[in-house]
Design a protein around this ligand. Structure first.
Ligand code: NAD
Ligand code: IPM
Ligand code: MN
Length: 352
């Protein structure tokens, strides 16, 4: 598989390059044949040329690559994040990556958070009216199509079922936002019928957040529309130990094409210090390996990350003294001890 690597901006340009040698080591030891190309999409290119997502990029990604690995977008020189929407939301929408899996690893177990990733308040439908340079009316529409909600809900329930989960919770706000709320409830109830082993529940988004913080063990699988899912991701990251830990996978249910990125942003407050935590980015590579069916490789990589994060090489957000690179050096050292010896080079017939 060929991977398109987009470090992006800020700490994305630090954590992504720091994690690539570990991916290469895992790929070589397991004979996975992973290769990658690094692409320069981000703030510098936007400011120099005005190009965010280059023309033809979506076709090229679908044709030539199996996955995207992205760091983060966001730069103080572009305060309205125009380039970030063009690139990040352009990839999510343009590649139909409607399923955003953001697992939250907690003491009691994992809460599988699934965020719809392409529509809702992120549909890009809206506008504003200005008078004398001041905005007087502003509209961002929440748009959901049955096709996308069905595809999302079906995929998430199937994944939860396959993972042996027993409970799925729909987060909505149909008391205040009834139209999209009712669509989500109707689809959720219908799709649940195909999975008798999964008990469904529905919670208002405000009350859900309250219960999540007080007792996250109530939840196993959570399905949320786009903006609710974005907010819940950061609450989940806080419960799990910090934004530096949280990984994500954005998947197209129809094609299986996927984009892997940490949940965090470009963190301008610590960019350049070399201390950003690469754990969430590296764990996103673990999700990539799992998604590609390389389960054994994913498990070894995951166990080394978990062990390194509990030791002195952990980065300052986790209370350790390590830098981004020192942490990944520790992970690579652990990998060297645990990885199988690289498979022998293939010998063709007739050669000796
Ligand atoms: P942020 O996630 O970048 O940072 C929030 C806080 O968490 C900061 O204090 C930061 O230092 C800390 N943090 C984040 N990642 C960390 C890591 N790996 N290690 C240690 N600490 C970490 O959120 P923000 O400050 O609101 O946003 C900064 C920029 O990033 C904005 O331009 C925003 O739009 C963008 N953003 C991009 C993405 C993305 O590309 N997926 C996600 C969120 C925010
Ligand atoms: C995320 C980010 C993005 C989002 C922003 C940067 C557009 O917060 O990936 O969680 O809102 O989806
Ligand atoms: Mn977010």
């Amino acid at each position: 598989m060929r991977i398109a690597v987009v470090p992006g901006d800020g700490i994305g340009k630090e954590v992504v390059p720091a994690t690539l040698p570990a991916l290469t080591a895992v790929s070589e030891a397991f004979g996975l044949g992973l290769t990658y190309d690094v692409l320069d999409w981000g703030a510098d290119r936007w400011l120099a040329t005005g190009v965010g997502l280059p023309p033809g990029a979506l076709d090229r990604l679908s044709r030539d690559y199996g996955a995207v690995y992205l760091g983060a977008l966001g730069d103080p020189r572009i305060p309205d994040m125009a380039h970030g929407r063009d690139i990040l939301l352009g990839l999510r929408r343009g590649l139909d990556l409607c399923v955003n899996h953001r697992p939250v690893v907690l003491e009691h177990g994992v809460v599988d958070l699934y965020r719809e990733n392409t529509q809702g308040l992120y549909a890009g439908v809206g506008g504003s009216v200005a008078r004398s340079g001041a905005v007087t009316v502003a509209i961002d529409e929440c748009v959901y199509t049955r096709e996308t909600v069905e595809s999302f809900v079906r995929y998430c329930l199937a994944r939860l079922h396959a993972a042996g989960r027993r409970r799925a919770t729909l987060v909505h706000k149909s008391n205040a936002v009834p139209n999209t709320g009712r669509l989500w409830q109707d689809v959720f109830r219908r799709e649940l019928r195909a999975f008798p082993g999964l008990a469904g529940s529905e919670e208002y988004a405000d009350s859900f957040c309250y219960h999540l913080v007080r007792d996250p063990s109530r939840y196993e699988g959570v399905l949320a529309p786009n903006l609710f899912g974005d907010v819940i991701s950061d609450i989940g990251a806080a419960l799990a130990g910090g934004l530096g830990l949280a990984p994500s996978a954005s998947i197209c249910p129809d094609t299986g094409f996927a984009l892997f990125e940490p949940v965090h942003g470009s963190a301008p407050d610590i960019a350049g210090t070399g201390t950003a935590n690469p754990y969430g980015a590296a764990m996103s590579l673990v999700l990539l390996l799992e998604h590609a069916g390389h389960r054994a490789a994913a498990e070894v990589f995951r166990s080394c990350l978990v062990e390194a994060a509990a030791g002195p090489a952990a980065t300052p957000d986790l209370g350790g003294g390590g830098t981004t690179r020192q942490f990944m050096a520790e992970v690579t050292a652990l990998l060297e001890r645990r990885l199988p010896a690289a498979p022998p080079a293939a010998v063709g017939p007739g050669t000796d």
